[in-house]
Every structure is written in structure tokens, then in C-alpha cells.
Write a protein that binds this ligand. Structure first.
Ligand code: ATP
Length: 242
């Protein structure tokens, strides 16, 4: 479904991704774990077109989308739920969600039943349902994070990139976010997940990649990564345990 080959990306002259290759098969959840600054967010940005890769290939659904504008990549069916609270703060929650479906309104993606999908998204995120008419800027940080995730799903995407969906959330909301990811997985949604809670990410994922200083150091089925002594020592210990 999503296939990345030898991806290099840089900010100015500073290269931060030195040749990443990874695969996200249809219907699977793949997680990318790594320390702060390893390049996880940069990988997501280089895939979705927010940052133009210097070298390498991004193939999605059989098409080469490398270096394409992000709105074209979204139209092709790849949704990016970015890190942080990137919502349209002066618009209501509901309008933010409808904006996620924008390419469907303009028919640059199959329209389907937008209202039913809106209902489904609100069912998935009860907190957003209660607050659907509230301005997005007045939501708590955690709720805004959920809104970014729900908005990505409104594209009715083939693949969702979820960048740290649990960032800044209270523990009870972290659990809720992982429950939502599991439910999306049950619905067959293909996901690439970047998470600080590596143990929880490996519990929900089928496969994992470990990113170290812009390179993949280890990868394998989530089960085996969870039991890999080096991965356990570096990423699954102490404070990162969930
Ligand atoms: P974190 O878990 O802390 O979010 P990350 O693995 O997502 O980390 P990135 O955000 O991809 O890491 O950052 C990788 C490297 O690129 C870091 O050294 C960071 O300082 C640098 N970097 C990120 N964004 C920019 C930018 N806009 N301009 C210059 N350098 C950047």
C-alpha cells in the first residue's frame, strides 16, 4: 500500500534522514519508534509531501508520489494527522471535520456518504461529539489532538499517518486514543503510527521499525521487537512504559 525506498530528507543543508526504507501493507498498522530527534516527524512529513525528499521514493497504492504537493497526495488517499495541535482554531469542531473531507466535496476523491462518516467519526470520539459546535481553538490540547486525528479520518483515506496522537494527553486520554486506534484497525484502516509510548504502539501494531539518527536500525514483527533485548533496553523501559 505504502512503500518507502531509500528516503533522504534535509532541512537546508542538514540531512536528517539518511536513506529510510519501510513498507506499510494494506490493512496493517506499522509503527515507527525512536528517540527524540531521531527523525520520525521528518519521515512523516517527507511521505505526505510537507517536506520534499532529497532522494528516494515514496510509492503509494502503486503510484509514485515522491515530491508531489501534499494536497495531491491527500487526494490520492493519504491522510496526515500531524504532531501538535494543528487545527483551524476559529472554526467549529464540526467544520474542522468537514474540512477533512474537502477533497470528497470537490470530488477529487470518491464522495461516499460524508454525513454518515461524520456521524461515525463523532461516535469514535465522544469528546468531540459533545463539543461539535464549539470553536476548535477553545478545546483542550488533548481534544485538539483528537480533532486532528478525526479530521484525517474524514478524508476516508487509504492510509493514515498518525504522528504522536497521544502527545500531551492525560493518561486516561492516552488509553482512549489507543482504543480508537484499535477500533480503526478493526475497520481495516491502514496506519503508520509514530508514538512516544513505544510499548503501547507495539501492542497495537503488526510490525515496527526503530529509527536511530535518521536510519532504521532494527525492524520486525511487533511481537519480536517487544522481546528484542536492545529494543527493550532503549525504548520499552521505565518512563516510556505504558
Ligand atoms: P521528537 O520525538 O522529538 O518529535 P522526531 O524523531 O520526530 O523527534 P524530528 O522532528 O523529525 O524528530 O527531527 C529530526 C531532526 O531534524 C532534529 O535534529 C531536529 O532538530 C531537526 N529538525 C526538525 N524540524 C526542523 C526544521 N523545521 N528546521 C531545521 N531542523 C529541523
Amino acid at each position: 500500500m505504502l512503500s518507502i525506498q531509500n528516503l533522504h530528507a534535509a532541512y537546508g543543508k542538514v540531512e536528517v534522514l539518511h536513506g529510510i526504507s519501510l513498507e506499510v501493507p494494506k490493512g496493517k498498522v506499522v509503527t515507527l519508534i525512536g528517540s527524540n530527534g531521531a527523525g520520525k516527524t521528518t519521515t512523516m512529513r517527507a511521505i505526505s509531501g510537507m517536506l520534499k525528499p532529497k532522494q528516494g521514493n515514496v510509492r503509494f497504492d502503486g503510484k509514485d508520489v515522491t515530491g508531489m504537493d501534499s494536497f495531491r497526495i491527500a487526494r490520492a488517499g493519504l491522510a496526515h494527522s500531524p504532531e501538535g495541535r494543528r487545527v483551524f482554531s476559529t472554526m467549529s469542531v464540526k467544520d474542522n471535520l468537514l474540512l477533512g473531507a474537502f477533497p470528497r466535496f470537490t470530488r477529487s476523491r470518491p464522495r461516499g456518504d460524508i454525513n454518515t462518516d461524520l456521524e461515525k467519526a463523532l461516535e469514535l470520539f465522544p469528546r468531540l461529539k459533545e463539543r461539535q459546535d464549539q470553536l476548535a481553538g477553545t478545546l483542550s490540547g488533548g481534544e485538539q489532538q483528537m480533532l486532528a486525528m478525526a479530521r484525517a479520518i474524514m478524508l476516508n483515506p487509504e492510509v493514515v499517518l498518525l504522528d504522536e496522537p497521544s502527545m500531551g494527553l492525560a493518561p486516561i486520554l492516552v488509553d482512549e486514543v489507543f482504543r480508537i486506534i484499535s477500533r480503526l484497525k478493526e475497520r481495516g484502516v491502514t496506519m503508520l503510527l509514530v508514538e512516544q509510548f513505544a510499548a503501547a504502539a507495539l501492542n497495537v501494531a503488526d510490525y515496527g521499525y526503530v529509527l536511530e539518527n535518521g536510519r532504521i536500525s532494527v525492524h520486525g514483527p511487533a511481537e519480536s521487537l517487544k522481546n528484542d533485548p536492545a529494543v527493550k533496553a532503549a525504548y520499552l523501559g521505565g518512563g516510556h512504559q505504558h
